[in-house]
Every structure is written in structure tokens, then in C-alpha cells.
Design a protein around this ligand. Structure first.
Ligand SMILES: [Zn+2]
Length: 471
């Protein structure tokens, strides 16, 4: 079946840009052509009803997803990742430039990415490129080729083929990014405060730390948390504010975790610095105090911090200091999580939650009095705006793509990692009860996920940013 013509999706609770109201969405050729009263259904249309309890919301946009194809497809590939996205109500995702081989740091690498993705995507997919030392000459061509922006690390990325940049590298690259009008997204931890802890220099399990006055216990979560202090993020955020101000570059802080840096971000935004920030479901759900020894499925960088820090992140979302919540879906083969030794210092850092973002965030947000409108902003419209597709995606409006998720906010389920579409089942959400069940996902008017069933063929588009429009 081609994208449905003359479809109506209607519900008693449709999440529109300014209200939640009964409405019928008239859809033709994959686009919303009219938003009418609930009873307005032309004859001869296919009709899909969301029912009394379920919401019709814009399809989610997830701008932080690591799909490791080509090169490390056994970690996660386009097929498995985009199935997980569809099952989680995500209709647009943006792939990160690292962990695949080659990384997306050259035009040739981008071409390999596109070739690997083509025909394998159940949802629409855009692409970040990387800013690494020595690829300044590629930036203009990558931008022209259609990447949505550039990612850099200020600290070792975890993979050697994607080296981090220093302040000097950034001083060379930022004028070019500003000239191109390109967005820079930043893994904001700097090495200084991390190195000063001495913990990561420890050679072996239970080794004696520097000064031999303490024992480092790598299977204790607190050891890992202490090895990635808030100061590493705070200094990195301060550096990026300074550079954005100096060069006029649009900067976005990815997976922000430190509550201590929030005043800096608040002041910078108030002063007109072109900076935005995201955080992730795991920083908003879990607390360091509750992470058991050896539970390396909770390891990610920057780390999940204390309960009190988590509540600061929630407040920052409420006040707009943090703009959005994205998954940072960062998978690896289960063995790399070193669950047997429980060594937090050596285990791969990364949490897979592409499919769980909606219920994970809703469960915690609703507990704190946040609304479905807040959710739609954090999960849909703000990330769409970040990557320049806000004219087509991220909201339910006339002339927008008919990307929709129908989900029941009242229904609960128990997470079973093995039942998720992610390639690897290990998850810190295992056995957790979450509120919010995704029932249907529509991509450009096509019902691509229907209560556990997928359409036969993946028909997602590869989104390319162009000079004169969103995609
Ligand atoms: Zn990431």
C-alpha cells in the first residue's frame, strides 16, 4: 500500500499546538490537509479512531540516536533501530556520526552512511556529521551534502576513530561553522576534572589509587560517579558559552546531566547567547543512590547523578533552561557491558532507550505535575526545531507531515528488554513499570506500527538539510 490517500485519524484528545481537543485530522498524500471538528468525516475516507482514553500526538522526533551501521552493525543497525523507533512512537530520528565505521566525518563517510541506511528505515532519518581535528576542509561539503549539523567531543569519545577537539581546534572551526550557519552540538565534559580524580588511571580491579590512601572499587557505582564529576560538565558548558559568544556559533549541549551548570546556561540564554541543551530519560528517571553494585547497564557518560541533581534537571525543563529530552540511544553488544565482572570503569557507557522515551518521560513527568503539552514540546517540537524540520514535523498542523502517535497515557506495562525491538536486550529499565502504551504510529499518513505489528516494508525517508529549506 502506498501512503494512504484520504485518511482521517480522529480522537477525543488530539494534541494540537495550542490545545488538546477533539478533532479529526484529514490526511491526503501523507500530509495533514485539514483539522476539523470530531464529527467531520467525509464519506469514502478510511477512518482511524483513537478511542476515549488515547491521545493523538505528533510523532516523536529523536535527534540523538547512535546507529552503528556500517561497521558496527552488530551493535545496532538501521533496521532494528528504526523498528524500535516506530514501536516507540518516533517518526523522525537523527543518527549520530560516531560508532559506525567509517564515522560521518567526511563526505565519503556520509555517502557510506546513506548507502547503508537506504531501504532499511521504518521512520524518517536525518544525519549529524562530526567535527574532529583535521576535518575543517570537509565541513562546507558535508553541510552542502545535507547533514543537519556537526557533533564534537571535548573528551575521548570512546572510539579512536572519532577523536575529540580542543579549544584550539574549536577556535579554528567555529568561524567556518558560523559562516555556514551550521549548528554545533557538543559532548560537554572536559578531561581536567576527570583526570584530577585519578580514578580512571587505576590499572586494575581493587587497585590502590593515587597516594595509596584509598582503594578504588570499580564495581561500586559511586566509584564511577566520582570519576566523572559535575565540574567536568560545568567547565565544558562554560567554555562553550564563551566560544559561542565569541564566534556567534549556534551551540547545543547534548545529554546534559550536571545540575551545577544550569545557572550558567540560564544566564547565557537570558543574555542572548545562541545555546540550547537537551537531557535524557535516564537522567530524569534513575538516581545514583539507587544503582546497585555491578549494575553496569546504568553506565553512561556523563553519569546518572544523585536524586537531588535529577530534580534540578526537571526544574530546568520546567523553566526552559533545558529545551528537550532525547534518548541518546547508545547500544553495544551485551558482553561489552561487562555484566559479569560488574566493572563500571571498563564497561561500555551507553543506554538504549529509543523505544522507551515516551513512557519513561511521561511516567516521571506526570508525577511532577507536567502535562502532555510539556511532553509534546520536549519530545516533538523542540527537537524538530533543533534540526531545522520544524516547518514539516513535530506538531499537528495543516500542511505538516501526518506523523502521528496514538498512545494511552493511563495504561501501564512492565519493561522486558527481550521484548523491545532494540538489538540488545540489556536495559536499566528492566522490570520497571512505566505509564503510557504506544498503540499506533503513522509516518506520513501510513500506519507503520499497529499494536505490535509493523508494515512489511520500511518506507522511511532519508532527510537531507538543504540551503533553502528544512529538508
Ligand atoms: Zn550520544
Amino acid at each position: 500500500m502506498m501512503p494512504a490517500n484520504n485518511l482521517v485519524v480522529r480522537g477525543k484528545q488530539v494534541v494540537l499546538p495550542k490545545s488538546i481537543a477533539p478533532a479529526s485530522l484529514h490526511i491526503s498524500n501523507g500530509v495533514i490537509t485539514a483539522i476539523e471538528s470530531y464529527d467531520s468525516v467525509p464519506t469514502g475516507c478510511d477512518l482511524i479512531e483513537s478511542g476515549e482514553e488515547s491521545l493523538v500526538m505528533p510523532g516523536l522526533v529523536d535527534t540523538h540516536v547512535h546507529i552503528n551501521e556500517p561497521g558496527r552493525t552488530e551493535w545496532e543497525g538501521f533496521l532494528s533501530a528504526t523498528r524500535a523507533a516506530a514501536a516507540g512512537g518516533v517518526t523522525t530520528l537523527v543518527d549520530m556520526p560516531l560508532n559506525s565505521i567509517p564515522p560521518t566525518t567526511t563526505v565519503a563517510g556520509f555517502r557510506e552512511k546513506l548507502a547503508a541506511a537506504r531501504g532499511q528505515c521504518y521512520v524518517d532519518v536525518g544525519f549529524w556529521a562530526g567535527l574532529v581535528p583535521g576535518n575543517a576542509a570537509e565541513l562546507a561539503a558535508l553541510n552542502e551534502a545535507g547533514v543537519v549539523g556537526f557533533k564534537c567531543f571535548l573528551i575521548h569519545s570512546g572510539v579512536d576513530e572519532f577523536p575529540n577537539v580542543t579549544e584550539n581546534d574549536l577556535r579554528e572551526a567555529l568561524p567556518e561553522l558560523t559562516r555556514l550557519g551550521a549548528l554545533l552540538i557538543v559532548h560537554a565534559e572536559v578531561p581536567g576534572p576527570i583526570n584530577r580524580t585519578g580514578i580512571l588511571a587505576s590499572p586494575s580491579l581493587e587497585a590502590t589509587g593515587p597516594g595509596s590512601d584509598r582503594i578504588i572499587r570499580p564495581m561500586v557505582y559511586q566509584t564511577f560517579l566520582a570519576s566523572r564529576p559535575r565540574a567536568a560538565e560545568d567547565e565544558a558548558v562554560a567554555l562553550m558559552i564563551k566560544l559561542s559568544r565569541e564566534f556567534g556559533t549556534q551551540v547545543h549541549i547534548v545529554h546534559h546531566s550536571s545540575g551545577d551548570a544550569l545557572p550558567l546556561l540560564r544566564e547565557a540564554k537570558a543574555a542572548g547567547v545562541k545555546i540550547t541543551a537537551e537531557t535524557c530519560p535516564h537522567y530524569l528517571t534513575f538516581a545514583a543512590e539507587e544503582i546497585p553494585d555491578r549494575a553496569t547497564e546504568f553506565k553512561c557518560c556523563p553519569p546518572i547523578r544523585e536524586r537531588e541533581n535529577r530534580e534540578q534537571l526537571w526544574s530546568a525543563l520546567g523553566s526552559g533552561v533545558i529545551d528537550m529530552i532525547v534518548s541518546d540511544h547508545s547500544p553495544c553488544p551485551t558482553e561489552m557491558k561487562l555484566r559479569d565482572s560488574g566493572d563500571f570503569l571498563r564497561a561500555w557507557g551507553g543506554i538504549s532507550s529509543l523505544q522507551l522515551r515516551l513512557p519513561a518521560v511521561w511516567t516521571e513527568a506526570s508525577r511532577r505535575g507536567y502535562t502532555v503539552e510539556d511532553l509534546a514540546r520536549w519530545l516533538c517540537s523542540a527537537p524538530a526545531k533543533l534540526v531545522g524540520v520544524e516547518g514539516r514535523k513535530g506538531r499537528i498542523a495543516v500542511d505538516y507531515d501526518a506523523d502521528l502517535v496514538i498512545w494511552n497515557p493511563e495504561k501501564q506495562f512492565i519493561v522486558d528488554g527481550a521484548a523491545l525491538q532494540h538489538r540488545h536486550p540489556l536495559t536499566p529499565y528492566q522490570d520497571r513499570i512505566l505509564n503510557g502504551v504506544v498503540e499506533n504510529t503513522f509516518l506520513r499518513g501510513e500506519n507503520i506500527y499497529d499494536r505490535g505489528e509493523f508494515i512489511a516494508e520500511p518506507r522511511g525517508q532519508l532527510l537531507k538539510k538543504t540551503q533553502n529549506g528544512p529538508i
